[in-house]
Each structure stands twice: as C-alpha cells, then as structure tokens.
Design a protein around this ligand. Sequence first.
Ligand SMILES: Nc1ncnc2c1ncn2[C@@H]1O[C@H](COP(=O)(O)OP(=O)(O)OP(=O)(O)O)[C@@H](O)[C@H]1O
Length: 218
Amino acid sequence: MLEASGITVRYGGHTALDETSLTITPGKVTGLAGPSGCGKSTLARVMALMLRPVSGTLTVDGAVVTRWRQRAARDLRTRVALIYQQPRLSVDPRLKLAEVIGEPLAANGRPDEGRVTELARETGLTGELLTRWPHEVSDGQLQRACVARALTLEPRYLLCDEMTTMLDASTQAHLVGVVNAYRERTGAGVLAISHDPVLLDRWADEVVGLAGPGEPSP
Ligand SMILES: Nc1ncnc2c1ncn2[C@@H]1O[C@H](COP(=O)(O)OP(=O)(O)OP(=O)(O)O)[C@@H](O)[C@H]1O
C-alpha cells in the first residue's frame, strides 16, 4: 500500500495540508475530490516523493520514506508515477515525443525503443507523432505521451492529478481505459484526482473527500 499518514505541508506561512491521511491500495482506484485549493495536488506530490512534508509519514509497501525528490531511494521513487493536468508544463520542450516517453528509461540507464513504441501504440500515438516536438502536437496528444511516460517503469502506484480535465471526451475515455487496462494487468493502485463527480463515480472504487485545512470534512 501507499500510505500517507498525518501529513502536514506549509508553503511559507500557509498551511496547505494539516495532518491529512490517505491510503492507496494495489489493484484499486481511489478517487480524491474536494474544493479548489484544498490541497489535492499537494498531497499527490507528497505521495510521489516529490515534496517533503513538514511532518507525517509516507510508507511505500511498508518502507518508510525518509528522503525525497532526487535523494529518495530510486526503488521507492520509481514505484510511484504522477500524471499532471497540464502536459505542457510537465515535458521538456527540447525533447521529441519518443524521447519524452523514453525519458524515465534513459534516466535509469535502460533505454528501450521497443517499449516506447509499444506504449505509444497503447496510448494511441502513431509513429509519425513520435518524431514531433511538443509544440507540434495537441494537448491531447501530448497528454497521451505523458501517460505513456508514466507507465514506462511499470509503477506500482499511478497518481492521476486531473489527468483528463483539459481533454475532449473521447481522449478522456481512451486514457482512463489505458490506465484501467494497466491496473488490471499489473495490479497497480491508482489515485484519481478530479473535480468531475460523474467521472469519479464511474472510475473509482471509493471516493475520498478532502477538506481544506481548518474546514470540516465533507
Ligand atoms: N508552490 C506553492 N507555493 C505557495 N503556495 C502554494 C504552492 N502550491 C500550492 N499552494 C497553495 O496551497 C494550497 C493547496 O494547493 P493545491 O494545488 O494542492 O490544491 P488543489 O486542491 O490541488 O487545487 P485545485 O483543485 O485548484 O487544483 C492552495 O491554497 C495553493 O494556493
């Protein structure tokens, strides 16, 4: 399990999370809802080992996380992948789409063109798109590449932060289908953060509501 327990995060003097807890179970989709600014993205970044909380404990399959970001143990860091709402802010504009997808493999010294091609096919990207720069593709095509990138190292937990909010209905359905197929094949646990109650109702096994600090739980 991926377990955040009693997590507190402050940005300067502002408390974004106040002793918040959330558990993601392998094989299940946990939905996370809550008003804008209540700390959903912040919690996802903590659970992806990208943001160190002021206090609280994060455990990944029983291992307590003590180091964060690049200093985190590679084995723990690569067990969790995060997909953001805005693909343009999460890709290096100097990399072509094939390189975007293959980035985690290259960074871990395991370049694998075959795996990149396979993931591109699964996420609905044609070979021709793989040779383009990010500015030459649509947001939906770029998000497909980001989903493929998130799956390259076969994470045990996949955190989808408003993954489909900016996309049309058919791209949304396709990418949710890709994540579901991955979960069914590998038993990965999924966190689905969304403002869309219809999507969460359809997609999640359980929906958790997050209140802002100092507010009553919904
Ligand atoms: N890097 C930052 N520096 C300062 N404050 C931040 C930073 N990131 C987020 N915050 C603040 O922390 C709070 C929680 O932000 P967060 O993005 O986690 O909320 P959210 O629930 O994901 O919101 P939304 O649904 O609008 O995406 C907000 O008040 C936000 O303004």
